[in-house]
Design a protein around this ligand. Structure first.
Ligand SMILES: Nc1ncnc2c1ncn2[C@@H]1O[C@@H]2COP(=O)(O)O[C@H]2[C@H]1O
Length: 393
């Protein structure tokens, strides 16, 4: 008799990746008739993955399914007249649009997470010296994507990571390839480039330096590599495998990116930012909620947070003369931001910020602010000058 364990093993070794890919495609496409879609999807993979007899079996299942759904349609519309299109029922059912799926880079992380919870995860264990472990932990503690891990999860990730050395000029990731690994840079410099229009040369996007990570998109969304990455100098990277990423990091990271995607796209300050860079901000965001009347920021204090309003309103007040009560100088609504001056100029808070309704903000710490909003430095400084007059700074 087949035991439960044997069945589990069978699912994991034989079926898992196939089912995972198929369910991901369904979540991406959200087809109206999932049964039809699944059959089409399997057939569309059959050129490379199935034997002749499996292919034939699927094809006959598909015809059966199609005639069944046709019959159902006919009986539910028994009073209506047969129209022309019924005669065309023999036309080929379109095959699942694989190309379109690849272009989509967003899937309901929650739905995916639920599906993707596997029971018998055995993390790989790559032996390391204490010095190596300490170096990896140090890098992970600074990488925003790993910030939410607890000690136990962090240890699993450290044990599972592999140290990999590259020489200057090595190709680490090639756009369009399948990807199964995420990289955290330990030393050296790499460059990222992307072909935006087929046939045209690639465009330089960014450099990666120690502490940065890359290669997460293919793992988060089961899509081909979205860009190419090459070393500029000799490099050491820590490499995390897909299995460990899926179990330990993926759910929270994907949920965070998805949770903040629409909000960040609506913030005017970020509107000219590359959408990919913008989505990365999510990794470092935290939510802070205040009641009406709460003081979010106190004039004269030092602070480490930058705030963007997700919901609610607030005002800025400022004391112009010692002993006088502070005067209202500005109002804030969803999509507005505050708290940047202290981080930009290294000065104490220039005003109070008080919630005038229930207020929900997303916040970025000082380090993330510098690293992620660094490219917006000019806009932030230009905007800050606008209220120099109002705030008397
Ligand atoms: N603008 C960008 N678009 C897509 N990927 C980018 C971009 N900038 C950097 N990357 C990184 O390049 C990596 C290529 O592999 P992945 O698609 O797995 O994950 C990608 C990101 O980590």
């Amino acid at each position: 008799m087949t035991t439960k364990e044997e069945l589990k093993r069978y699912i994991q070794t034989k079926l898992h990746s196939l089912l995972e890919d198929m369910v991901t495609s369904i979540l991406l496409e959200q087809p109206k008739t999932p049964e039809q879609f699944m059959l089409d999807w399997l057939i569309s993979r059959s050129n490379t993955q199935l034997t002749d007899s499996e292919r034939n079996e699927l094809a006959s299942l598909r015809s059966e399914y199609k005639s069944l759904t046709e019959q159902n349609k006919d009986s539910s519309a028994s009073n209506s007249e047969t129209d022309e299109s019924d005669q065309e029922s023999e036309e080929e059912v379109p095959v699942a649009p694989q190309k379109k799926m690849k272009a989509r880079a967003s899937v309901s992380a929650e739905a995916f997470g639920l599906w993707n919870k596997k029971s018998a995860f055995k993390p790989r264990f790559i032996p390391k010296s204490d010095e190596q472990k300490a170096r990896i932990s140090e890098r992970l503690s600074k990488a925003f994507m790993f910030a939410a891990l607890d000690d136990n999860e962090r240890e699993i990730v450290v044990n599972s990571m592999e140290e990999r050395r590259f020489q200057g000029g090595d190709q680490v990731i090639t756009q369009g390839d399948d990807g199964n690994e995420l990289f955290v840079v330990d030393s050296g410099k790499l460059e990222c480039s992307k072909v935006f229009v087929k046939g045209e040369p690639s465009k330089f996007l960014k450099f990666y330096e120690p502490g940065d990570s890359f290669g997460e998109l293919a793992l988060l969304y089961n899509v081909p590599r979205a860009a190419s990455i090459k070393t500029v100098t000799d490099c050491i990277c820590f490499v995390l495998d897909r299995d460990c990423f899926n179990h330990i990091v993926k759910d929270s990271a994907a949920r965070k990116r998805e949770r903040y995607e629409n909000f960040l796209a609506s913030v005017e300050l970020l509107e000219n930012m590359d959408p990919y860079e913008r989505s990365q901000i999510s990794d470092a965001l935290k939510t802070a909620v205040f009641k009406e009347g709460d003081k979010v920021i106190t004039e004269g204090e030092w602070g480490d947070e930058f705030y963007m309003i997700e919901e609610g309103t607030a005002i800025a007040t400022k004391t112009f003369n010692p002993g006088e009560s502070p005067k209202e100088v500005k109002t804030y609504k969803p999509g507005d931001y505050f708290g940047e001056l202290c981080l930009l100029r290294g000065q104490p808070r220039a005003a109070n910020i008080i919630a005038t309704s229930k207020l929900s903000c997303v916040t970025l710490g000082r380090k993330a602010f510098k690293r992620m909003l660094g490219p917006l430095d000019d806009i932030l400084r230009r905007n800050a000058r606008k209220y120099e007059g109002i705030l008397g700074i």
